[in-house]
Write a protein that binds this ligand. Sequence first.
Ligand code: AMP
Ligand code: ZN
Length: 114
Amino acid sequence: MATDCIFCKIIAREVPANIVWETEQVLVFPDMNPQAPTHLLIIPKKHIPSLLHITPDDDRMIAGIYAVVKDVATKFNLDEGFRIVTNNGALAGQTVGHLHFHLLGGRKLVWPPG
Ligand code: AMP
Ligand code: ZN
């Protein structure tokens, strides 16, 4: 846990969030500033600053993220389409330094994303 990390505080239940899915290694809750009718954040419970910081030890967790994507997309009726986004680094717009995967759905999503 990183003491100054908002997502670590959510994992530790020190900051409230409406947790909609949880596994041994992964937590899912709504984004507080939703960009689509369904906008969830899928995060590892382990504090990893960005995709550049994952190691082979994280292989099982990364696979677990995508298993959760499938389960949550199904639970939220997103079978017709959804998008997974990871903003990595300041230039890509990453604002929280704890790896997370945005799950966006419930509307037509345009491409390119901008
Ligand atoms: P990013 O800008 O890609 O790093 O994504 C960080 C996301 O975290 C933003 O979309 C924020 O709206 C969201 N966020 C930040 N703090 C919280 C929080 N306490 N609860 C839910 N979402 C949050
Ligand atoms: Zn963290």
